[in-house]
Design a protein around this ligand. Structure first.
Ligand SMILES: [Cu+2]
Length: 112
C-alpha cells in the first residue's frame, strides 16, 4: 500500500514537470522606431544576451519584437522593455503570450 502511494506521487510529479516543460511562453512587444536591419540586429543582440532568452524574433515591417523563454525560466517584461529602450526604441505594447517565437514568426508572416 505504501509503495503504491509513493509510486502515485512519483507519477504525479513527473506529469507536473513535463507539463511545465511543455508550456512555451514568449513576450511580444510592439516597437516603434526600427527602420533598418541594423536596428533589428541591435535589439536582437541585446535581448539574446539576457539569461532567460531562448530565441528572439524581430519583424521590421510589423514592428514586432518577440522573446521566447528557456525551459523553466521566466522572462522579465520590464527588463526587456528596458533593453529595447536602451537600444533607442519605443515600446508601445508588451504582452506575455503562450506561444513560441516560431509560432509568432509564422503568425506574423501569415498576417500580410
Ligand atoms: Cu536602423
Amino acid at each position: 500500500m505504501k509503495s503504491f502511494t509513493l509510486q502515485f506521487i512519483a507519477i504525479s510529479l513527473a506529469a507536473a514537470f513535463s507539463s511545465t516543460a511543455m508550456a512555451t511562453e514568449s513576450i511580444k512587444a510592439s516597437v516603434n522606431g526600427m527602420v533598418c536591419a541594423f536596428c533589428a540586429q541591435g535589439i536582437e543582440k541585446r535581448l539574446s544576451n539576457m539569461p532567460a532568452t531562448k530565441a528572439v524574433f524581430v519583424d521590421l515591417k510589423k514592428k514586432i519584437v518577440a522573446v521566447e523563454a528557456r525551459e523553466g525560466q521566466t522572462l522579465d517584461g520590464e527588463a526587456i522593455r528596458h533593453e529595447i529602450r536602451e537600444a533607442g526604441y519605443d515600446v508601445t505594447r508588451l504582452e506575455t503570450v503562450p506561444q513560441s517565437v516560431a509560432d509568432i514568426r509564422a503568425q506574423t508572416k501569415a498576417a500580410k
